[in-house]
Design a protein around this ligand. Structure first.
Ligand code: K1U
Ligand code: ZN
Length: 174
């Protein structure tokens, strides 16, 4: 079990669009394992590769939250949205790179995604509810976008200032 450190905003590595994964190598499989360990440990329902400092188009998610329910870990490599519903939904989002800050974000209620699985085969599925919100939040990370980029400038700056302060305090504590 390997827990990787999660980058905290602001960090230029969280703003950079990620490169496609060229092949599903043993390194990519090890990264997927570490990302799932890191996500469950945080705890979170999703985690994108740039959040652990690796600039490749890949994320993990598991939105099963009920106590005692079977976990459903998913690894999405080179994900793309192939369809989005006209209906939207608003969810109070959080982000492991922006700890303890939450804000309402409106996104398509349902999306269809295509991606490459860990076995190298093409996959496609439709997501709704928290799965759809999380998948879109994670895809944003791969394009260097954070949930605060969906907010107005005042809220975004307020949250960014809080994160600068948090990082300064953590650096002082060592
Ligand atoms: O990408 C990330 O930073 C992970 C993020 C994903 C996400 C949360 C909420 C809406 C959209 C996307 C998180 O997992 S934040 C933590 C969280 O929401 C959570 C933690 C424990 C149990 C349930 C949820
Ligand atoms: Zn996030």
């Amino acid at each position: 079990m390997t827990i990787r450190p999660i980058l905290i905003h602001p960090d230029p590595r969280l703003k950079k669009p990620c490169a496609p994964v060229e092949a599903v190598t043993p390194e990519i499989r090890a990264l997927a394992d570490d990302m799932l360990d890191t996500m469950y440990d945080a705890p979170g329902v999703g985690l994108a590769a740039p959040q652990v400092g690796v600039s490749v188009r890949m994320f993990v998610m598991d939105c099963v939250k009920e106590d005692g329910a079977e976990p459903r870990p998913m690894v999405l490599i080179n994900p793309e949205i192939t369809w989005a519903s006209d209906e939207v939904s608003t969810y109070e989002e959080g982000c492991l790179s922006i700890p303890e800050q939450y804000a309402d974000v409106t996104r398509p209620e349902r999306v269809r995604m295509r991606w490459t699985g860990l076995d190298g085969t093409a996959q496609e599925a439709e997501f709704d509810g928290l799965w759809a919100t999380c998948a879109q939040h994670e895809l944003d990370h791969l394009d260097g976008r954070l949930f605060i980029d969906h907010l107005g400038p005042i809220k975004r700056q307020m949250i960014t200032r809080r994160m600068v302060k948090l990082k300064r305090e953590r650096a002082r504590e060592g």
